[in-house]
Design a protein around this ligand. Structure first.
Ligand code: PBE
Length: 295
């Protein structure tokens, strides 16, 4: 055996002793866990997906000792961007529709325990009594329907220009569809309506589109963005008239359970959203269960 080979073996042995691992795969796993600092990069504490991710940590045995770093959607996107530029591993709480999948090569991790459910629809909800008090508004809200692909168009354009403008462009290009929501409903003359929403791009898109449709029919629309729990509380106690923002049955299911008794669910306005743990495609893991356990 020559000296070089002996040195190589010695270095390998030291590395194995230092990491306390004897087989290669375990070493890689431990490295991945350490590189990630056993941390999932999350978003706002009040988001539905944050509640799901907290529960997920209790559901999966391999995630014992892992942490969810709660911050903001903007903060998470910055960390994701930096990790991708450095080709470092990162695990974030992500969802569709969102522009992250347009801009980066990402994959959703399999979720065999269904911590995030099997996808949601976005529902329209109204306060009790809206149908009697404001039948025209109720009829338009009930008719409002588009697709997550159409929503994605507004979200993407809203990255370059104001979301209000992006929504106005969409309405202009799709006036026939908007006319369908208004069809057979008498116009009103300045009737005020309070629409409540959440601050994510997907709902900034839909709330602006429904605002424009209602305005075309003579409504004086106010849109307020709040945390999901406040949204459900406000519609539940009648402070807000309606919302097109709830993701059900999973993302906001807990809030609906709490306040739903005095909320009217008008059904989906867009079908097929999905929450998940999301990683860059250069990471070799495919499932939440592939995240290495922390010792
Ligand atoms: N989201 C986007 C929100 C709803 C829309 C998935 C980040 C949430 O409450 O989790």
């Amino acid at each position: 055996m020559n000296i070089k080979a002996t040195r190589l073996i010695a270095v390998g042995t030291v590395a194995m002793i230092l990491s306390g691992c004897s087989d290669n795969e375990t070493t890689e796993d431990a490295n991945l866990g350490e590189q990630l600092e056993y941390t999932i990069t999350g978003i706002e504490p009040g988001a539905g997906i944050t509640g799901q991710a907290r529960e997920m940590l209790n559901t999966y045995d391999n995630l014992e000792g892992w942490e969810l770093q709660e911050s903001s959607t903007g903060g998470m996107m910055t960390e994701l961007d930096q990790a991708i530029q450095n080709e470092e591993p990162i695990v974030v709480t992500g969802w569709t529709p969102h522009w992250m999948f347009e801009r980066y090569d990402l994959k959703m991790l399999e979720d065999p325990e269904l911590a995030f459910g099997e996808g949601d629809d976005i529902h329209t909800i109204a306060r009790e009594g809206l149908e009697e008090d404001m039948p025209e508004a109720y009829a338009i809200l009930d008719a409002f329907e588009w697709s997550v692909e159409e929503m994605q168009v507004v979200i993407d354009e809203g990255q370059d220009i104001e979301m209000e403008e992006a929504a106005a462009d969409w309405v202009e290009e799709n006036q026939d569809q908007v006319d369908g929501w208004l069809e057979g409903v008498d116009p009103v003359d300045g009737q005020p309506i309070d629409i409540i929403s959440v601050p994510w791009d997907s709902e900034r898109a839909s709330s602006n589109v429904i605002r424009l449709a209602l305005e075309q029919h003579g409504f004086d629309v106010t849109v307020t963005n709040v945390d999901p729990s406040i949204l459900f509380q406000a519609v539940g106690n009648g402070e807000a008239d309606a919302s097109v923002a709830p993701w059900l049955p999973n993302t906001h299911g807990a809030f609906m359970d709490e306040y739903g008794e005095s909320i009217v669910d008008l059904g989906p306005n867009a079908e097929g959203t999905m929450n998940a743990l999301v990683v860059p495609t250069y990471m070799e893991i495919d499932s939440i269960e592939d995240l290495p356990a922390s010792e």
